[in-house]
Structures are given as C-alpha cells and as structure tokens.
Write a protein that binds this ligand. Structure first.
Ligand code: CO
Length: 185
C-alpha cells in the first residue's frame, strides 16, 4: 500500500476526530500491515491512524512482541487507580510528557476481519492503548501540560521541525526501564 507516511505536529490530521470503519477487506489489512511497518521502522510501540493521515478508528500496538490490531476500539472499563508515566509520541519528536492514566482497562474492538473481541490490559499495554485511543479523538500528550509547559513544548517542536535533521528520534509511548534497551525515550 502506497501513500501512508508518518505525520508530525502540527499536521491538521492529528487533531481530527476519526470515523468508524464500516468496510472490512483487503484495504484494511493493507492499512494495518503498513501501519505496523511504520511503527516498527520508527521503533514505536503503538501507532494510530491519524498519525498516518487516515481519519479512521484504527490503531496498532506492539508491547512485548505482541502485535495487536484494534479496529473501532472502545474503552469499556477503566480502573480507579491511576499511574503516572513519561510518554513520548512519534508525532511529537523529542517531547516527553508525564501522563496519569488508569492502570488497567478493558477494551472492546474488532479485528481485521470485523470479529469483535475484548482485551484486559495493564502495564505498558494499557498505557499504549490509551495513548493511541486519545489519538482517535484528536488528543495529544501535550494537551496534558499546563499552558506554559505546552507553549515551551510547541516551541521545541517547531525548532525540531526547522532543523535540518528531521530524523525521528523518539519512540511512541516509551516510558520506562523496560524500553530503555530500545533506544532513547
Ligand atoms: Co502518539
């Protein structure tokens, strides 16, 4: 599949709300495969459709070598206890934000064939899924910052964008020691 490429801030597609997937078939499996390729190429552990310019309810994750496709996901349960972790985002190179999220979630979604499933997630898998789910609603980790922190983060992003070295140096939701061996956070 041609035409999918990683979009970075301030690309408009990152702020669009996505639409449900209603047609299942080859186009979807192609998109999911291409999204997984882009995620791996950039050493991320998750990627949502808006990050490749698609306004569809789709994201992929790979935590602990477990590649998962989520089509039309809904988070149906969230634990009351919250955990704070530093998160990065492939669309926000060089920015890390500490984000508090429910430690465990139950997510309902469809697979590439349209079959519904539930998954109970915790740890980094829960973190990654919630981060990607936010992308489907146009939410980014910089939205968790206070206005001054947000201004600094955006300025930093603009500087990175302006620099000659456009290489992506950060990983999607790379937060803790478990991921340190994969490179920088
Ligand atoms: Co992200």
């Amino acid at each position: 599949m041609d035409g999918l490429s990683l979009r970075t801030f301030p690309d408009d597609c990152l702020r669009k709300r996505t639409e449900p997937v209603t047609e299942f078939g080859k186009w979807l499996t192609d998109v999911l495969r291409e999204m997984a390729n882009i995620m791996y190429l950039n050493q991320g552990c998750g990627l949502a459709a808006p990050q490749v310019g698609l306004d569809k309810n789709i994201f992929v994750t790979d935590v602990d070598d477990d590649l998962c496709f989520f089509v039309n996901p809904e988070i149906v349960e969230r634990s009351a206890d919250l955990e704070a972790m530093d998160e990065g985002c492939l669309s926000l190179p060089g920015v890390t934000v500490r984000v508090k999220r429910p430690a465990r979630i139950r997510i309902q979604a469809q697979d590439s064939n349209g079959t519904s499933f539930f998954r109970d997630l915790d740890g980094l898998a829960a973190r990654a899924a919630q981060h990607e789910y936010d992308h489907l609603n146009g939410r980014l980790i910089i939205d968790n910052l206070n206005p001054i922190q947000g201004f600094i983060a955006k300025k930093k992003l603009m500087n990175i964008k302006a620099s000659a070295d456009g290489a992506i140096r950060t990983c999607e939701v790379v937060c803790n020691a478990r991921k340190k061996d994969r490179g920088r956070t």
